[in-house]
Design a protein around this ligand. Structure first.
Ligand code: AMP
Length: 443
């Protein structure tokens, strides 16, 4: 469906056209008409489906169509979301789509000085995009008045509940008028989400997006079985071999993320970490450098990664295999955004095999195995033994020799490229990825 068939105001259509969007995505097509009519919406959609515009465009339309009332400085729409990055991105989206409308937006999150945020609120805003913690904080200090809110959005609600925001959400919602429109989005529809939806929404239209080709199906996935101690070296090698020009590497811990960055830098690969211990400014700087192609590898923990919306991510590397299968889907959804294809690589140590199997059960299929890094033999006897006297090199099998295993980094990557015999994701046309892909298993 074309955007001009969606009854959106002309200035919004112009802004959308400037962004280069031609047709609405399925969630936009399904949600926008209902939001325009003022209905509550319960939306279940994966990341990367265009859901931000699905709520931002009709909200902007409704706000622009109705003049500010007797309290012109008070916000009329409130969007709650789990992380600072996502808040920034949603606010960017509102500013972009509303660039030709006289509406004011404020983004509110912790980890930065509150002064500028308070200043903005005092001057008057139409839309607030906020993480629950800082918003509560400012409300308690008397800086936020939600008595004029007409539209409330809860985005990535499953993640907000995971992060323990439920009490903050309840308290915030208690300050929002009951007479309002509520839109709730979540990647999953677990019992807790349904409970929250029952409490907050009135006769919602349910929009469930199961696209013909969900994001995960557009991602070439592959697992490398590799001992934990060899993961670092394998990563350094693959960055060059697979031409990872814009890769996100996921680690389980903040400490782990910092360590991976240090090691990558030692091998001459420019990398930055993004996690909860970094200041908001440092996180934004890393993200900007990544988007501007100054840093090809971003190493992230899951919480910090929520909402990282960068087009053209070539690879996602699961350096640690998450024990939450849904998180795997979110991680790999960072590539293959906005209809593009992508590559996801997982490094699986022997004690992560059960996590991998849980992911495969959720996907309903086995993930292809890189032929040079086959599964651990039964009985956990481990990968093929390395010759005595030196550390095993993760690429020995690929090299077909007992080489000295050293020299990761640019030089080694060049050597490795010239060998040209690696297989795995990224070798689409010449490699045998598809052929290797096991048949779908429903276990
Ligand atoms: P989201 O799911 O909201 O995080 O959006 C994912 C990406 O899709 C963002 O980079 C948007 O800019 C982009 N996008 C949203 N709607 C459209 C559309 N109708 N056509 C093309 N790209 C879109």
């Amino acid at each position: 469906m074309r955007f001009d068939q969606l009854q959106l105001a002309e200035p919004i259509l112009r802004a959308v056209a400037e962004e280069g969007y031609e047709t609405a995505t399925p969630i936009q097509e399904q949600a926008i008409p209902h939001v325009l009519k003022g209905r509550d919406v319960l939306g279940s959609a994966q990341t990367g489906t265009g859901k931000t515009a699905a709520f931002a465009l009709p909200i902007l339309h409704r706000l622009a169509a109705k003049p500010r009332g007797s309290k012109p400085t008070l916000p009329r729409a409130l969007v709650l979301c789990p992380t600072r990055e996502l808040a920034t991105q949603i606010s960017d989206a509102f500013r972009t789509y509303g660039s030709q409308l006289p509406l004011r937006t404020a983004v509110i999150f912790g980890g930065v000085r509150q002064g500028p945020q308070v200043g903005k609120l005092k001057r008057g805003v139409d839309v607030i995009i906020a993480t629950p913690g800082r918003l509560m904080d400012l409300m308690n200090q008397g800086y936020v008045d939600l008595s004029n809110i007409e539209v409330l959005v809860l985005d990535e609600s499953d993640r907000m509940l995971d992060m323990g925001f439920i009490n903050d959400i309840r308290k915030i919602v208690a300050h929002v008028p009951q007479q309002r429109q509520t839109l709730l989005f979540s990647a999953t529809m677990a019992r807790e989400i349904r409970k929250l939806a029952d409490a907050l929404l009135r006769k919602p239209v349910v929009v469930q997006i199961t696209p013909d080709e969900p994001t995960v199906d557009r991602v070439e996935q592959c697992v490398y079985y590799v001992d934990r101690k060899n993961k670092q070296l394998l990563l350094s090698e693959l960055v060059g071999q697979l031409a990872m020009t814009r890769a996100i590497v996921f680690t389980r811990t903040k400490h782990g993320a910092d360590k991976v960055v240090r090691q990558l830098r030692k091998t001459g690969i420019n990398a930055d970490a993004i996690h909860g211990n970094k200041s908001q400014n440092a996180r934004q700087r890393s993200l900007d450098n990544f988007k501007a192609d100054r840093v090809p590898v971003l190493v992230a923990t899951d919480i910090a990664s929520r909402g990282i919306d960068v087009d053209g991510v070539t690879h996602v590397v699961n350096y640690d295999i998450t024990h939450e299968p849904e998180t795997y889907v979110h991680r790999i959804g960072r590539t293959a955004r906005a209809g593009a294809a992508g590559i996801a690589i997982s490094f699986c140590d022997r004690d992560e095999v059960s996590n991998l199997r849980a992911i495969e059960r959720l996907l309903g299929e086995r993930i292809a195995v890189n032929e040079d890094h086959p599964p651990y033999p039964d009985g956990n006897s481990g990968a093929p033994a390395a010759p005595k006297g030196r550390a095993p090199h993760p690429l020995d099998a690929a090299r077909g020799n007992g080489g000295n295993g050293g020299g990761a980094g640019k030089a080694a990557n060049r050597n490795q490229r010239s060998r040209g015999r690696r297989r795995g994701p990224g070798f689409g046309r010449s490699g045998n990825f598809k052929k290797n892909r096991p048949a779908r298993t429903k276990d």
